[in-house]
Design a protein. Structure first.
Length: 258
C-alpha cells in the first residue's frame, strides 16, 4: 500500500466526525495526500479547528456543522460541502458514539440508549451516504469508506450490545451499497479500527488494569492511534484501490486475527 502526497490530488472529500479522533486524523491525512476536505462535526468549533489545521498545513479545508441524526441538517451540510468544494467524489462516514456506562447487555439495555446509539452510528451513516452518494452519482463516481468496528463481527465488547449491533449494521450496509453502486463507478468499503486511543475510548485508556488486559490481546502490543487508521482510509479512497469494493479492511494490530 503506497500512499503519500499527491495520491488524492483533485479529490473532494467529506468526512463526518472530523472534529476529533479518527475523523480529524483522516481529514488531515486526506488533505496531506492532496484532497480538498469538508470537515463535518456536530461540534462546529471542532470542525472549524480541523479545517483551520488543514489550512495551516497548506491544504484546503472547510467546516460544516451537523448532527448526523438530523436528515435536513445532513442534506444541508452535504450541499454546502458540494458548493464549497465544487462537487464531491470521496465520502468518509465516521461519526459515532459509544455510551459508556449506559450501553449494556440486552436484558438491562434501555430502549433510549439503544435508539440513541443506532440513530448516530447506523442511521447517521445511512443519511451521510444517502446524500453524499447522490453527489457522487451526479459527478460520475467516487469512493465511500464507512468506519466499522471489530465488535460488528466478534464479541470484543461484551456489555456494549447497542454499539456492537449498530456497527454490525454498518458492516452490512457497506456490502449492500458496494453491490448497489458498483455499476455507477462508486466503490464502498469499510475500515475496522482496533482498540484506538481516541476521545471516545478515553475511559478505557484510563483504566490501567483493563488496558493491560486489552493490550495483551493485541499482537502488536499497543493500542492503535488515529494516525494508524487514517492512511488505510486514504488508500481506500485513492486510485490505488480501484479494484477494491465491498471489503472490510482491518487496522487493529492483529486483535481480530487471534
Amino acid at each position: 500500500m503506497t500512499q503519500g502526497p499527491g495520491s488524492l490530488d483533485g479529490r473532494r472529500a467529506l468526512v463526518t466526525g472530523a472534529g476529533s479522533g479518527i475523523g480529524r486524523a483522516t481529514a488531515l491525512r486526506l488533505a496531506a495526500d492532496g484532497a480538498r476536505v469538508a470537515c463535518l462535526d456536530i461540534d462546529a468549533a471542532a470542525a472549524q479547528a480541523t479545517a483551520d489545521a488543514i489550512g495551516a498545513a497548506g491544504g484546503a479545508g472547510v467546516a460544516a456543522a451537523a448532527d448526523v441524526r438530523d436528515e435536513a441538517a445532513v442534506a444541508a451540510a452535504v450541499e454546502a460541502a458540494r458548493r464549497e468544494l465544487g462537487g464531491l467524489d470521496s465520502l468518509v462516514a465516521n461519526a459515532a458514539i459509544q455510551l459508556v456506562g449506559q450501553d449494556a447487555p440486552v436484558h438491562e439495555l434501555s430502549l433510549d440508549v439503544w435508539q440513541r446509539t443506532l440513530a448516530v452510528n447506523l442511521t447517521g451513516v445511512f443519511l451521510t451516504c444517502k446524500y453524499g452518494i447522490r453527489e457522487l452519482l451526479a459527478g460520475g463516481g467516487g469512493a465511500v469508506v464507512c468506519v466499522v468496528s471489530g465488535t460488528a463481527m466478534y464479541a470484543l465488547a461484551p456489555g456494549f450490545d447497542a454499539y456492537s449491533a449498530s456497527k454490525g449494521g454498518v458492516a452490512a450496509l457497506v456490502k449492500v451499497m458496494a453491490a448497489d453502486y458498483a455499476a455507477s463507478g462508486i466503490r464502498v468499503n469499510g475500515v475496522v479500527p482496533g482498540f484506538t486511543d481516541t476521545p471516545m475510548t478515553s475511559s478505557f485508556v484510563r483504566d490501567e488494569v483493563g488496558l493491560v488486559a486489552t493490550i495483551a490481546g493485541i499482537p502488536l502490543g499497543r493500542p492503535g492511534t488515529p494516525d494508524d487508521v487514517a492512511p488505510v482510509i486514504s488508500f481506500l479512497l485513492s486510485p490505488a484501490a480501484g479494484y477494491v469494493t465491498g471489503a472490510i479492511w482491518v487496522a487493529d494490530g492483529g486483535q481480530t486475527a487471534v
